[in-house]
Ligand binder design. Structure first.
Ligand SMILES: Nc1ncnc2c1ncn2[C@@H]1O[C@H](COP(=O)(O)OP(=O)(O)OP(=O)(O)O)[C@@H](O)[C@H]1O
Ligand SMILES: C[C@@](O)(CCO)CC(=O)[O-]
Length: 928
C-alpha cells in the first residue's frame, strides 16, 4: 500500500507535480515511489544532461563568491541529495551527515547546560549512550520515560524542557509512541521545546513525523534509505528555517557532512526505497504471523493485539520490516540465532538481506544489564530484520533453526509444528529419556583428521603390497553439537552444503546384527543394515546428491551400530580444507572424524584427563608434556579403536579399501602399510617411517572428478581376469598389448613392492647423501607411475601435469596419488629447487587450469579438541575470532558486546584459508 503525499498538506517543497492539464482533467501529485525514482532539482540542471547526479569528488571549488567553495560547507552532489531527501520527506529542509549518530549529535548540540530532555525508555543503544554522554559532559538533564503512554510524559514537562526525543516504533520492542499527542502536549506547555523523532525504523515512506507535530526528524540512512549496507549516513529534515540554519552551522563547524561518494550512493539507494520497503514489510507480516501462530510472543505492529496498533495506523502507513520475539530462554535464543543460515547474524537493519540478532548481546549491549532489565528488554529477545529474499526461503530457514534448537516440534495430533514451552521441553526430554528413546548429551565434540598422499603403492596396497604414505597438512574437521529434539542430523558443508535430519525413533534399529558393547565390528559389513538404511532413512535423498548420500550411509551405519544403547540426539557438521574426492584421502579423514565423534558421544571411548604438570625441583614453574609440544595425547588403544571404525566407514565409501588411508589419517606421520592376508610381503601391519617430514611436495589437483570405489574395483577386475580382459574394461587410458600376459598384474604388484621396499631402505640409509636420496625417490616415482598407467588408473590430465613438471627447466618427477583416474598428482620438490622456478612452474600449471599447492607432510593424525580446556578459553576464542570474520561491526561498538555464541555457526562460516587457524585457536587440541 503506497502512501500518497497527503493532498491536504500543501507541499512545502518544490515537488515535481505536473500542472493540471485542464480544470476538467486535473493531474494528481506524483506518488511516493515516483518521487523516489525521480531525482531532479530544477535549480541545479546538469550542464551535460547527465541522468545520474555526478559525484563532485572535490574538496575545493575555485573562484570567489560562488555557491560552493569548500566541501565541508557545501558540495553539489550533497545539495542534490539533500534536495531529494527533503522532497521525499515533504520537508522544507534536509541535511545529510556521516551517520545516524552524527545526525543526533548535530541535533543535541542545540542543548545547553541545564536544559532538560525527555526521551523514551526503549531507545537504540547508541542513542542512549550519546544521551548519557551529554548528561555527564554537557550538564544536560535527561529523563527516560515510557513514551507509549503520553500521560507519563506530561509530569516531566518543565519550563526547562528543551527537547523531547522519540522513537516510534521503538527498536527492538516495537513500542508505539503517539507522536501527535506528545507533540501537542509539549507545544501547549513549552512552545519553545523541540520535538525530535528518530524515524529510522519507518523511513519517510511509511511515516513523516513533521506532519504530526515534530520539529526535527532524523534517520540513520545507513538503514532503509540506502538499503544495501554499503554506506553509513544520517539525514535530518525539518520545516523551520531557524533550526535548519542552526544545524547547518553546526555541521559546517564540526565537519561531519556526508562525503560526495556516499551522497551519490545514498541518492541511488533512495530511488528504490518504496519498492524495497513494500517487499520487506509484506514478508515481515508473514514472518510475524508465522511466529505468532507457533506461540511465540511476537512484537510487530501488524499483529492483532499489538499495543498501540491503532495509534501507529493513524500516524504511519505501514508496519515496517523489523520485528522481534522471545523464546523464554536465552540459551535457546542463542541456538536459534546460531542455527539460522539465510538470516545473517548482524547488527543494524534496513538492508536487502535479512538479519537476525540478539539485541542484548549485540546492538544494545552498551546498555548495562541492570538498565536493560529495568527497561523491560528481555535477554532472550531475538530481533529479525527482514530483507527482500523469497519469503518462503526465509520462513523455511527460520523453521530449521527453530527445530534444530528444539524450540518447536512437530505435533502429530495437530499435524503441525508448534512451540515447545521451556517446561514442556524439559518434560518431554525427561519422558523420552524414561522411555529410553533418546538421550540429550550436553557435550560438544570437535574432531579433526588429516588427508594423505601415497608416495608409493596405491592400488597395489589393496592386494597386499606395501604402500608408503604420509599425512598432509590438509584436514577434515567434524563438529558434533547436541540437539534435544529426538533427531540426528548431518551437515556436509563441502558437498553442496548438504543437510539432512532424521527422527531417531524412525531409524531401522532392529535391522542387522547387533554388535555388543565393547565388541569389534566383524570384517564384513552388515548388508541387512546397509539395505535397511538405504531403503528407509536415505530413500528420500535424491540420487543427484550421491556423494552426500554415501557419506550419510556411512554415518548412519556407524550411528546405529554404535548408538543402540544411547540413541544420542546431535548434529554432525563436517568441513575440510582438503579437496573432496581428489585422491588425498578425503573419505578416510571424513571416516576418521565421524568414527571418533560417534565413539566419543556413545562413550565407547573416553579421553583420559591430562596428567598433572610435573614440577622442576629447582624451579616452581610447572612444565607439561614437552615432547610434541604436549600434543601427543590420545592413547594408542583409543587410536586403534577409532581406526577400526574408520575402516568400517571406508568400506562403505570405498568398497574394498586397503586401510592405508584411514591408518594415516588416524596415526599421522609417515607409514609403511601392508594389508594382512596376502603373500607379497611376509610382514603385514604398519610401521612409522622417518625421513619423510623434511621432503617437500607439490600437489596438483587436476580437478577431474573420479570415484575411488570404481577405480579400485576396476583394478580388482583386471587382476581377477588377467588375460581375458577386453580393452574396453581398462579404465581411462588405452593400455597396451602386454595385457595379454596372464601374470601381468601380479608382475606389476611385485614391481611396486620392490619400489616400496627400495624407498624404505633409501629413507632409512644414513650413508645416502640427501641428493642421492632425492634422486632415488624421483626415479622410483616415475617407475611407480608407469605401473599405474599400465593398471589403467591414470588420466590424460595427470599425464599433462607430469609432462609439465618434467619439462625443462623443471625436470621434476611426478606421479598420480591415491586412486588416480583424475584427482591429484604429487611432485617431489628437491631442496635446491629455486623459489622462482617453483613460482614459474605453479604459474604454468595454473595456466593449464590445474590447482597446485605446496604441502607439508608427516604432521599429526587424529585430533580432538580437549574437553578439559578451561571453559572460558574456548568462549574467549569464539568471541574474539568470530566478529573479525563474520559479524559486521556492531551498531554500538559495545565495550561488552559479545558475539555469535554458536560454535557451529562460526565453524560453518569460516573461510577455507582461515579455517585451520581458527580451529587451532579454539583451545588445546589433543592428538594421537
Ligand atoms: N568433507 C567431506 N564431507 C562429507 N563427505 C566427505 C568429505 N570428504 C569425503 N567425503 C566422502 O568421501 C567421498 C570421496 O571419497 P573418494 O574415495 O572418492 O575420494 P578420496 O578419499 O578423496 O580419494 P582417495 O581415496 O583416492 O584418496 C565423498 O564422495 C563423500 O562421500
Ligand atoms: C587406491 C587406494 O590404494 C588408495 C586410495 O587412496 C585404495 C586403498 O588403498 O584403499
Amino acid at each position: 500500500m503506497a502512501p500518497t503525499i497527503d493532498a491536504k498538506v500543501p507541499p512545502i517543497h518544490d515537488l515535481p507535480t505536473p500542472e493540471p492539464e485542464s480544470p476538467l482533467r486535473a493531474r494528481k501529485p506524483y506518488r511516493f515511489s515516483t518521487l523516489c525514482a525521480t531525482v531532479e532539482n530544477p535549480d541545479m540542471k546538469d550542464q551535460h544532461g547527465s541522468s545520474a547526479v555526478p559525484i563532485y569528488q572535490s574538496a575545493t571549488f575555485k573562484g570567489v563568491g560562488n555557491a560552493y567553495d569548500y566541501s565541508r560547507s557545501g558540495n553539489p552532489t550533497r545539495s542534490h541529495l539533500e534536495h531529494h531527501v527533503a522532497k521525499i520527506s515533504s520537508a522544507a529542509h534536509a541535511l545529510t551527515v556521516a551517520s545516524g549518530m552524527a545526525a543526533l549529535d548535530i541535533i543535541l548540540r542545540m542543548l545547553k547546560p541545564g536544559d532538560e530532555v525527555i526521551a523514551g525508555d526503549d531507545l537504540y543503544g547508541g542513542t542512549n549512550r550519546l544521551l548519557t554522554y551529554i548528561r555527564s559532559h554537557g550538564g544536560v538533564v535527561v529523563h527516560h520515560v515510557d513514551t507509549t503512554n503520553p500521560a507519563s510524559v506530561v509530569p516531566l514537562i518543565h519550563p526547562k524542557t528543551r527537547m523531547v526525543l522519540l522513537e516510534s516504533p521503538t527498536n527492538p520492542l516495537l513500542k508505539i509512541a503517539d507522536i501527535a499527542a506528545i507533540s501537542k502536549d509539549i507545544k501547549e506547555r513549552v512552545p519553545d521545546a523541540i520535538v525530535v523523532v528518530d524515524n529510522t525504523m519507518m523511513s519517510p515512506y511509511l511515516q513523516r513525523p513533521l506532519e504530526h507535530g515534530a520539529d526535527i526528524v532524523y534517520d540513520s540512512a545507513t538503514k532503509y534509505l540506502s538499503g544495501h549496507h554499503d554506506l553509513m549516513a544520517g539525514v535530518i529534515t525539518c520545516n523551520r528555517d531557524d533550526l535548519h540554519k542552526q544545524m547547518a552551522f553546526t555541521i559546517n563547524s564540526v565537519g561531519n557532512a556526508l562525503a560526495p561518494n556516499d551522497c551519490f550512493l545514498l541518492l541511488r539507494g533512495t530511488k528504490t526505497l518504496a519498492l524495497r520497503m513494500d517487499r520487506q514489510q509484506a514478508t515481515s507480516q508473514l514472518v510475524a504471523t508465522y511466529l505468532h501462530d507457533l506461540g511465540f510472543p511476537t512484537y510487530y505492529p501488524g499483529l492483532p493485539g499489538h499495543p498501540g496498533r491503532e495509534i501507529h495506523a493513524r500516524i504511519a502507513s505501514g508496519n515496517g520490516a523489523v520485528l522481534s520475539f522471545v523464546t523464554g530462554n536465552k540459551e535457546l535464543s542463542e541456538c536459534i540465532v546460531g542455527g539460522a543460515r539465510l538470516w545473517g547474524i548482524s547488527v543494524s537493519f534496513g538492508c536487502v538481506n535479512s538479519l537476525i540478532s540478539m539485541p542484548c548481546v549485540m546492538s544494545h549491549a552498551s546498555i548495562d544489564p541492570a538498565t536493560r532489565a529495568a527497561r523491560g528488554l528481555p535477554e532472550d529477545l531475538i530481533r529479525l530484520c527482514v530483507g527482500i529474499e523469497d519469503p518462503a526461503d526465509l520462513i523455511d530457514d527460520l523453521e530449521h533453526a527453530l527445530i534444530d534448537a528444539g524450540a518447536i516440534a512437530f505435533d502429530t495430533q495437530q499435524n503441525k509444528y508448534s512451540r515447545l514451552m521451556a517446561s514442556t521441553n524439559e518434560q518431554l526430554n525427561r519422558a523420552v529419556q524414561k522411555l529410553g528413546l533418546f538421550e540429550p548429551d550436553e557435550q560438544e565434540w570437535f574432531v579433526s583428521a588429516p588427508g594423505k598422499i601415497i608416495l608409493f603403492g596405491e592400488h597395489a596396497v589393496v592386494h597386499g603390497v606395501t604402500a608408503i604414505a604420509a599425512s598432509v597438512d590438509l584436514r577434515c574437521y567434524g563438529l558434533a553439537t547436541p540437539r534435544n529434539d529426538g533427531k540426528v542430523s548431518v551437515h556436509l558443508a563441502d558437498i553442496d552444503n548438504f543437510y539432512h535430519e532424521w527422527d531417531i525413533a524412525a531409524l531401522p534399529w532392529n535391522a542387522g546384527t547387533r554388535i555388543a558393547a565393547g565388541e569389534e565390528h566383524p570384517d564384513v559389513l552388515d548388508q541387512v543394515l546397509m539395505d535397511a538404511i538405504s531403503a528407509g532413512p536415505l530413500s528420500n535423498i535424491d540420487d543427484t546428491a550421491k556423494h552426500a548420500k554415501t557419506a550419510s550411509l556411512a554415518f548412519l551405519y556407524m550411528y546405529i551400530q554404535l548408538g543402540r544403547d544411547r540413541l544420542p540426539s546431535f548434529n554432525f557438521t563436517v568441513r575440510a580444507t582438503l579437496p573432496v574426492g581428489a585422491g588425498l584421502g578425503s573419505s578416510a579423514s571424513f571416516s576418521t572424524c565421524a568414527a571418533t565423534a560417534l565413539l566419543l558421544i556413545n562413550r565407547a571411548i573416553s579421553l583420559p584427563p591430562p596428567p598433572a604438570p610435573s614440577t622442576d625441583p629447582e624451579d616452581s614453574a610447572p612444565h607439561v608434556h614437552i615432547s610434541h609440544q604436549g600434543r601427543r595425547f590420545i592413547p594408542q588403544g583409543i587410536a586403534e579403536r577409532v581406526n577400526k571404525w574408520a575402516f568400517v566407514s571406508e568400506k562403505i565409501l570405498h568398497g574394498n579399501p586397503s586401510g592405508v588411508d584411514n591408518s594415516v589419517s588416524v596415526f599421522g606421520g609417515a607409514l609403511a602399510y601392508t594389508r594382512a592376508g596376502f603373500g607379497f610381503n611376509s610382514k603385514s601391519g604398519m610401521e612409522q617411517i622417518q625421513g619423510f617430514k623434511s621432503l617437500k611436495f607439490l600437489l596438483t589437483n587436476s580437478k577431474v572428478p573420479r570415484d575411488t570405489k570404481k577405480l579400485v574395483a576396476g583394478v580388482g577386475a583386471l587382476k581377477a581376469s588377467v588375460g581375458r580382459v577386453p580393452r574396453a574394461c581398462f579404465l581411462r587410458l588405452t593400455v597396451c598389448d602386454e595385457m595379454k600376459e596372464p601374470d601381468l598384474v601380479d608382475g606389476i604388484l611385485k614391481s611396486i613392492q620392490n619400489i616400496s621396499d627400495e624407498a624404505r631402505r633409501a629413507l632409512a640409509d644414513p650413508e645416502l647423501s640427501r641428493a642421492e636420496l632425492l634422486s632415488a625417490l624421483s626415479t622410483l616415482i616415475n617407475e611407480n607411475h608407469q605401473h599405474l598407467v599400465v593398471l589403467g588408473v591414470s588420466h590424460p590430465s595427470l599425464e599433462t601435469i607430469r609432462a609439465t613438471t618434467a619439462a625443462p627447466p623443471y625436470a621434476l618427477s611426478t606421479k598420480l596419488t591415491g586412486a588416480g583416474g583424475g584427482g591429484c598428482a604429487v611432485t617431489l620438490v628437491p631442496d635446491d629447487f629455486q623459489a622462482e622456478s617453483l613460482e614459474s612452474l605453479t604459474g604454468a600449471l595454473v595456466n593449464e587450469t590445474f590447482v597446485p599447492y605446496l604441502t607439508a607432510v608427516g604432521g599429526s593424525g587424529l585430533g580432538v579438541l580437549s574437553p578439559y580446556s578451561p571453559p572460558n578459553l574456548r568462549q574467549t576464542q569464539l568471541q574474539t575470532v568470530v566478529p573479525s570474520g563474520q559479524v559486521t561491526p556492531p551498531e554500538t561498538p559495545a565495550e561488552t558486546a559479545g558475539s555469535d555464541p554458536s560454535l557451529r555457526l562460526a565453524f560453518v562460516k569460516q573461510s577455507v584459508p582461515e579455517l585451520a587457524q581458527w580451529v587451532d585457536g579454539l583451545g588445546r587440541w589433543l592428538y594421537v
